[in-house]
Write a protein that binds this ligand. Sequence first.
Ligand code: URA
Length: 237
Amino acid sequence: MRLDKCLTENLAVSRKDAGKLIKQGKVCVNGIVVKDSAYKVALNDELTFMDEKLHIKEEDYKAYYMLNKPKGYVCASDDSLNPYVIALFKDEYKARELFCVGRLDIDTTGLLLVTNDGLWSHKITSPKHHVSKVYRAFLADPCPIDAIDTFKEGIVLKGESSKTKSAKLTIINQHEVLLEITEGKYHQVKRMFAAIGNKVEKLERLTIGGVSLDKELKPGEFRKLTQEELKLLGVGG
Ligand code: URA
């Protein structure tokens, strides 16, 4: 959020007057005078006006986006070799301390939610809440019809002892399928097909909890989630 907007909300002054007060050097961020009205305040910054502490409303900082994740980007900030998807958001957005809701593999494309709301992110990714995700997968070998029942009943993935939750497989053609799952195990879709002796060659996420990837978004583009989409994902009335 801009510094002048913060001031208008705290002191009930106009944006113009807030700008004047800032220029006069009366506002500090973390103990340092800031004279730029457009300065982007971060959630944990300490703001003072003439030594009086100002409050930043947490709701003002909640940010919810959908991104069409391109290939070659990672969802973890600790990878020093590959670009982090959050780098696609300009500085303005970076100041809001954004992170990815769950992870997609480096070679997976499609719908990725990005936020700074940790509780919301947890609700979407926690297996307890059964939020469904639909993936389109392109397979190396033809998909057998009986995979529909196998995935519906659940399948034991390599290195695990219990079955996956019931998943819905739709066969578009021999090499193209849609898979709806309600969990988010590590490399889950690729491992499910590996468990039936097939290989995912290309993977794209199409939906999360009833929200579909906006077809207008080119790879690397993002937009704010609409009120309707937020409702579908459990935010707002
Ligand atoms: N399943 C996978 O195997 N990879 C992803 O990126 C997402 C789901």
